[in-house]
Structures are given as C-alpha cells and as structure tokens.
Write a protein that binds this ligand. Sequence first.
Ligand SMILES: Nc1ncnc2c1ncn2[C@@H]1O[C@H](COP(=O)(O)OP(=O)(O)OP(=O)(O)O)[C@@H](O)[C@H]1O
Ligand SMILES: [Mg+2]
Length: 466
Amino acid sequence: MSAILIVDDDLASCRTLRLHFRTQGHETHIAQSAGEALAAPGRFAPDVIILDIRMPGKSGLDALPEFKQAFPGSHVIMITAFHDMESTIQAMQRGADDYIQKPIDLDELDATVAKALRYARSESQGVPVEAGEDTGNGRGNMAGRSRVMKEVFKTIGLAASSGATVLITGESGTGKDLVARAIHRAGPNPSGPFVAMNCAALIETLLESDMFGHEKGAFTGAVGRHVGKFALANHGAIFLDEVSELSYAIQAKLLRVLQEKEFVPLGARESQRTEARVIAATNVNLAGRVQEGSFREDLYYRLQVINIHLPPLRDRKEDIPDLVQALLARINREMRRHVRRVDPQVLRCFEAYRWPGNVRELENVLMKAVALSPADTITPDALPADIANRSAQPSDTARPAAQCSLREVEKGHVLRVLEATGWHRGRTCAVLGVSRPRLRRMIKDFGLVPPPGAPPDDSDPGAGSP
Ligand SMILES: Nc1ncnc2c1ncn2[C@@H]1O[C@H](COP(=O)(O)OP(=O)(O)OP(=O)(O)O)[C@@H](O)[C@H]1O
Ligand SMILES: [Mg+2]
C-alpha cells in the first residue's frame, strides 16, 4: 500500500481518482488547491503526488518547488493539458518526476503511478553511489579495485618517479589517456607541461612538423617558424597516442629522440635537445606489427621499457560499481544534476553486459541515463535496450524479454522476488507493492511452488507450503 495525494480543483475528478486508488488499496488524500495541500504537510507523507497544473490561485507549476520542499521524498506526477508541451517541459525542468495528459486515461495513470512507486522504492533500496563531488583532481581520478587495476596503480606509482619511457596498451576506451596523465602527475615534473599528440595524422609532413617543428620555408606552406611538441614538452611529458600509426621514417626520428634526447626540426640545420618524458599508447598489438614489419623492433623495445596494460572492462567487472560512482560524480557536476543512486537491477545489467567500448561506453550510457532520468535514481528504464535486456534472469532464462507475454514477465518477476526474499510473503508483498491476498492469488494462478523449507504462508494456513 502506498500513500497518494491528489491536488486538483475539480472535485469530481478528485473523487473519481480517490475511489480508483482506494480500490487498489492505496491510502489516498485529496486537496482542491496547492494552498490546501501545503497547509499541513506534516500530516500526510505521500509517496506520490498527482498535481494539476491549471488551478485557480497558485498553479501547480508555480507551486511545484514548494511541493518538492514540503514533501522531499515524494514523486510528483503533473496533470497537463493535452498538447501543452511547454508546460510539460517546464514542469519537468522544475522537478516534476513525470506527467500525464488530460483527459486522464486510467491505465496510463496506473502505469505512471506504478513507475513512480518503483522509483520511490529503488530510491530507498537502491545502491547509494555517494555521487557527491568528486574529490580533488577532477578528470584525473581513476577508479577501480580489481586486482589488475591495483597492479596498474602500483606500476604507475613506480614508473612515474623513474622518468622512464612507458608504453600503455589496451583496447579503445580502457583509460590509456587517463593513465598517461596520472604518470605525468606522479612524475618528477608534475608542474611541467603535458603535451598530447595523436600519431594517426594523414599527412606525414604535417605530423613531423607537429612533432619536431619546422623552420620558415621548410616545405610548401611553411610560412613561419613552428615550435614542435617535443620542444613544448621540454621538462614535462609528451604523450604519443596511437603510436603504431607512425610512418617508418618518423619512427626512426622518434628512436633518435629516445636514444639521444635530440631531434632536428624540419628545415633546420642543427639539432635541439629535449628533456621530455615519452609516454606512448596503442590499442593494437605492437609486437604483431613488429612481426609484420610495419613497426621497428628497436623502437618497440625502446618504448616499452615499462609496459602498462589495461585489460578490457569485461575482464574486470568488479570495477564497475567504483567506476559508476566516479563517473556519476563527474557527470553530475558537468550536467548540474544530483543523481545519487543506481537501482541494483541496473548494476546487474551492467555486470551482464560485454562492454565492447569499455569505460568510455559505460560513461556514455550513464550520461544518457542521467539525462533521461527525471528522479535522482537511475533505473533500468533509462538504459539502452541491449544493455537492459541482458540482466541475469534466472527464472525466464533463454527467451529475450521482447518475446515474452506480460503474464510470463509477471510470473517470472514474482518468482524472482519470492526467491530473493526466501519466500517471505510479507517482504515479497512490500517489494511488489501488492496485498497479501493478491500475492496469494498470483502464486496459485501462476502455479508457483515454494521450495522445501520455505516459510509457511502464516496468514493463510490452507495455502502454500506445509
Ligand atoms: N579507471 C577509470 N576511472 C574513471 N574514469 C575512467 C577510468 N578509465 C577510463 N575512464 C574514463 O573513460 C573514458 C575513456 O578513457 P580514455 O580516453 O583514457 O581511454 P583510451 O584508452 O585512451 O581510449 P582510446 O583508445 O579510444 O583513445 C574517459 O572519459 C576516462 O576519463
Ligand atoms: Mg585515448
């Protein structure tokens, strides 16, 4: 049973809705104006508030912030006029959790209320992500507690202070960029420059000039002198991303920098010295490229004095909760949101998914979910279908959800909750949001049989287990 407050100036409509909700077993109050509803907020703590927008006196829209303040745990469903997109948008921006259009369709209303109650429940049971402010160094913070990531953090620590060249390997989106910056920050010259460059440039001359600089007139179009990235990174670090893509000729020049700490800008007569630390990254198998003959073996060994490998996310799923927490903190800050909880089912979906795009894909999924979630909890509704469908569902195993009837899904869900509570009927009712008699009917209807040793249904000695 849940508590519902209906605020609408139309008394007939209030009464119809009250009757409707009461027959469903909800405790229901009505108020005919925002003022009346807000007069004694302590008296009644609604789970859901159904708030009409158009009312004499204060409109539901104007009163919305007061409702959010007076009933902080409640979910607000606005009643908007048909086609009034503007007020709908405004309502959502001012903190409404959902809306329903007039004339009210009771099935739609029930679905919306059920969804709001699910949110309310997952907010009180969800996994807190403490998505407050992310501490200190912003984007540089790396999350993860898996054994491999702890090893990575350790290696970063050891490698950083040595000043040695580091090669970071790993699939796209695993965090190579982040590791490179972490190495620099933990290194001997953290306040020195960190200069990143992508080696997958299309035009070789431009890439070479970008790396080493050029003198005026060094090539067609070289109108002035240009300072290259190796010069800019002096006494700091240069990050060579996608290093596998360098041409054979530039590989030779890079090797010279690594061996002699010297390079010659394009068109220059004299070489320059650089004290830049080289950090390289690749998402291809460099050893394979060496075998194939497209990457110099001597450069390969020079680069990977220290190798840090970032395993794909699917091989370190223990990191997911930490990553979700860290990424949400960042997303909250960037999107000015306060998403603090993630439904446990969402984490189960995340753990079942393969994450071909690794941490970057997780970040994108969370960003979309935050944008789509009106409340401060992320629920499975906000996930892309291919991720939401992949959760481990023990009771309706092989078939994809898109091919199940409503009854099958309901049956599967009731059984899942019963199993999760160890067939505790009271807790099952609370989770499902149904009455005891309704649960009893469903168990009978669906032919669900309690396992041996399950607690008896004490309120109905005739039914259920012995
Ligand atoms: N351990 C982590 N903790 C927090 N955020 C992470 C972590 N790993 C990766 N990220 C985030 O995931 C995104 C992708 O990471 P990053 O750009 O470092 O990947 P990459 O390996 O360099 O990918 P690519 O090969 O495509 O360049 C970034 O937004 C990064 O901040
Ligand atoms: Mg990168």
